[in-house]
Design a protein around this ligand. Structure first.
Ligand SMILES: [Zn+2]
Ligand SMILES: [Zn+2]
Length: 154
């Protein structure tokens, strides 16, 4: 892809819409949850009744750029995602959660999609957010990968 080197030091910093939201410079009113590491806001184009994005405050490019040190933060993303869903009247037993897997990106800043009810998703988004397809992976899959990486380091 042409923009593969966009993050290298020789280039100017990439403009990132999610960093702008994290920093409160845009869409401040949309943020429904914030803590030391994470920010949550609704997806701009919801594909079901509930559709939230759990975003790391740190600019991590995507799930492929996570390593063994990120196990806790990914677990926290999942827990916060479920909590937000529950707080907003969603059903945690009918939820689809996942990360984009490169080269498929919407925004190049790590975010967990939390979609519920998954049984009411329309046809096309079902394909885009198809869990454990080559372009969308579950937190369970990501965590297994990170734990393996953490284990190999020791
Ligand atoms: Zn960012
Ligand atoms: Zn996305």
């Amino acid at each position: 892809m042409a923009d593969d080197n966009a993050n290298t030091e020789s280039n100017l910093p990439e403009k990132c819409i999610f960093c702008d939201i994290v920093n409160g410079t845009v869409d401040k009113e949309k943020v429904i949850y914030k803590d030391d590491n994470l920010v949550v806001f609704p997806d701009r184009s919801p594909v079901s009744t509930h559709h939230y994005l759990v975003v790391t405050k740190e600019h991590i490019r995507d799930a492929k750029h996570l390593d063994g040190n990120h196990v806790q933060i990914v677990e926290k993303m999942v827990n916060v995602g479920k909590q937000i869903l529950q707080n907003n009247g969603g059903n945690v037993d009918d939820v689809r959660m996942g990360f984009h897997w490169p080269p498929f990106h919407s925004v190049n800043h790590l975010h967990l999609h939390v979609i519920s009810p998954q049984t009411q998703m329309r046809f096309i988004p079902r394909g885009i957010f198809k869990v454990n397809s080559p372009w969308f992976v579950s937190p369970v899959w990501v965590l297994a990968r990170l734990k393996k990486a953490a284990g190999e380091k020791n």
